[in-house]
Design a protein around this ligand. Structure first.
Ligand SMILES: Nc1ncnc2c1ncn2[C@@H]1O[C@H](COP(=O)(O)OP(=O)(O)OP(=O)(O)O)[C@@H](O)[C@H]1O
Ligand SMILES: [Mg+2]
Length: 374
């Protein structure tokens, strides 16, 4: 309640032209985010009225959510997990650290391939801090109208200052691409400068998380603004094993060789593993099965790997041929016949002729456009 009223007071002061007073109140609010948020039971009592909108499209530029800690934890290499722990401690005990000049601005940059858990990380941090999450899709923030982007940006940062929250700048590269790269150079330069000014203007204790797939595109000046920089890696064998076990729950995993599964799934992301598990669980329920079939799980993994490596399997025959080549140990002729409800003779024929059918087509993968077969 106190923080609510203080926020309202700041707004009123702003309207009355008392910007300096308003800013002092907001700074104080931002400095004690955790304490305040726990008093009011995390934002449930906080209303985020007047979400900022894009002047041109009239769409909201931020989205407010209240993440709770997930049943499925974020699984990361220990060095990265402990760095994230340090970031959370830096936010929670900011005042203590600031007293001995050891506090870092509460800004974290997460970078890594799609599906490595960056958005999940932001949700995890917000849940841990018991704060609402303000998500900004930077690509929608970038307006086609010249000058509008900087205005959008300023509104978002002002909005985030009103109440204790975690500000997530998702798809951050859309904003923070290096100066002088692609697009209208002048416009991009202005956006980057506006971004730097906005970051510099907010209090150091305001929690900002930026997520990007393209860390190399980031302007070095932006990069430097984030004291905590966390790479989100593709999971290694040990982590893949844990991810398989986690996402197969609540099914029993006793009959499944997780070590082998972890071995043959090298190179895929947590998101891919989750997808394969979900699909298999769904198929199990729909077939009224009581447990996960390892063969079916492996089949779906194989098909997922085909797609991620850009191979389009347009027919059942193409699938069969691909699976057989990928893992002859799993996909014996008999196993394939059972999986696909076909005769062993037919399967044998498909395997023999598969490559001549020309049924496997390479996808031309164009980032940012739909995938089309060659
Ligand atoms: N390391 C991980 N531990 C647990 N779950 C994971 C992990 N990596 C990915 N996932 C799962 O994959 C899903 C997608 O992850 P998320 O949306 O966070 O990826 P992202 O890095 O933000 O991807 P994008 O760049 O496409 O936005 C999550 O819901 C989560 O369940
Ligand atoms: Mg994401």
């Amino acid at each position: 309640m106190a923080s609510n009223y203080a926020g309202l007071l700041a707004e009123k002061l702003d309207q009355a032209g008392e910007g300096k007073q308003a800013r002092l109140i907001r700074e104080r609010l931002a400095r004690a985010p955790v304490a305040l948020a726990s008093v009011q039971d995390a934002s449930n009592g906080v209303s985020f009225g007047n979400l900022p909108v894009d002047g041109e499209s009239h769409l909201h530029t931020v989205d407010v959510s209240h993440p709770k800690e997930d049943d499925a934890p974020l699984l990361l290499p220990s060095a990265i997990a402990s760095r994230i722990g340090e970031f959370i401690a830096n936010v929670q005990r900011y005042d203590e650290l600031a007293r001995v000049n050891a506090a870092m601005p509460s800004r974290l940059l997460a970078y890594g391939l799609p599906g490595t858990g960056k958005t999940k990380l932001a949700r995890y941090v917000a849940a841990k801090l018991n704060l609402p999450l303000l998500t900004v899709r930077c690509d929608t923030l970038v307006s086609s109208l010249l000058g509008q982007t900087s205005r959008n940006l300023r509104r978002v940062f002002e909005f985030a200052q009103q109440r204790p929250c975690v500000l997530l700048l998702d798809e951050f590269d859309a904003l923070a691409s290096a100066r002088g790269n692609e697009r209208d150079v002048g416009e991009l330069q202005r956006v980057v400068i506006a971004l730097l000014q906005n970051i510099d203007a907010i209090t150091e204790s305001t929690v900002v998380i930026a997520a990007t797939n393209h860390d190399r595109l980031l302007d070095p000046a932006v990069w430097r603004r984030f004291g905590f920089r966390v790479p989100m890696p593709i999971p290694d064998t040990a982590l893949r094993k844990q991810l398989w076990a986690q996402f197969l729950l609540p099914y029993t995993i006793e009959g499944i060789d997780l070590n082998h599964l972890a071995d043959i799934s090298a190179g895929i992301t947590g998101s891919n593993i989750e997808q394969v598990c979900l699909d298999t669980k769904r198929a199990t329920v729909l077939a009224s099965g009581s447990e996960i079939s390892e063969l079916e799980l492996t089949r779906r993994l194989g098909l997922n790997l085909a797609i991620t490596s850009g191979i389009l399997l347009s027919t059942v025959e193409a699938e069969i041929h691909w699976l057989r080549e990928w893992s002859p140990k799993h996909f014996s002729i008999r196993a394939l016949a059972k999986l696909y409800g076909l005769s062993t003779r037919h399967i044998g024929k498909v395997i023999k002729e598969g490559s001549d059918h020309g049924t496997q087509e390479r996808l031309r993968v164009n980032p940012g456009s739909t995938q089309t077969p060659d």
